[in-house]
Design a protein around this ligand. Structure first.
Ligand SMILES: C[S@@+](CC[C@H](N)C(=O)[O-])C[C@H]1O[C@@H](n2cnc3c(N)ncnc32)[C@H](O)[C@@H]1O
Length: 222
């Protein structure tokens, strides 16, 4: 029998590691992503977010990299983010940007927002971490029926890339705080009742192969 004291200690150690890693990820994220931003991601964000309009809700807003790309068509902006450490970075980004945004501490699987309250929901590099079924059901719930869901996500590839992704996933999950590189996000979108015909498959040469395959574009409620 394992003594209760040792179970207690191992749980405390695990929680310590989780908090340490979450805090480190939040602090380092802007530096981790900078190379990708400079090579292609900033341009991809700009192109995608030019479609944003009306009442916008972003899930997993992270360090606020999408903020500069919201223009005057956006009448209200709600940034949701579940990590309290990331929220600190996000608050600084919002105040630097001079934009008006409401920050809500929430997981995408449980958004404290009203049904049909958003014209546009945005998810960039989030659905690899969030539970895809639960979060997409929430996105559908808060979206107005004629709204758009703007997506930029890395996804599972094919053949050798998929094999490499399977092998590396335990590491990406730990280091990227839950990042699943084998996620088949397009299939989850279809299963949740989104029309993904305008969502393009894009291969990013500037990323390591396991992060090469992406989907980008607007999805709509069927
Ligand atoms: C790779 S970062 C992307 C941040 C930002 N969206 C961007 O484009 O730079 C992943 C983000 O998803 C957030 N996240 C993780 N699990 C989540 C969940 N269940 N619901 C919503 N966001 C989540 C993380 O806290 C982190 O901010």
């Amino acid at each position: 029998m394992v003594p209760a004291l040792s179970i207690g200690r191992s749980r405390i150690r695990k929680e310590f590691v989780v908090r340490f890693m979450d805090r480190a990820f939040a602090r380092l994220y802007p530096r981790i992503i900078k190379g990708s931003e400079d090579k292609w991601l900033r341009d991809a964000r700009r192109e995608l977010l030019a479609l944003a309009y009306g009442d916008v809700v972003e899930i997993g807003a992270g360090a606020g990299h999408n903020l500069p790309h919201y223009d005057d068509k956006v009448t209200s902006l709600t940034l949701t983010e579940p990590s309290p450490y990331m929220v600190e970075t996000l608050e600084r980004a919002v105040s630097r940007s001079g934009k008006k945004a409401r920050i809500v501490l929430a997981r995408a699987e449980s958004l404290p927002l009203e049904d049909k309250s958003a014209d546009c929901v945005v998810s960039t590099l989030v659905l690899c971490s969030a539970d895809p079924g639960g979060s997409l059901r929430e996105v559908r719930r808060v979206m107005r029926p004629d709204g758009i869901f703007l997506i930029l996500e890395h996804v599972r590839g094919k053949g050798r890339v998929a094999r490499m992704q399977r092998i590396s996933e335990p590491f990406t999950k730990f280091l990227g705080r839950g990042c699943h590189v084998t996620r088949e996000t397009r299939a989850f979108l279809e299963a949740t009742g989104f029309d993904v015909t305008e969502v393009r498959d894009v291969w990013i040469d500037d990323e390591p192969k396991i992060y090469g395959p992406h989907i980008v574009g607007p999805a709509r409620i069927i």
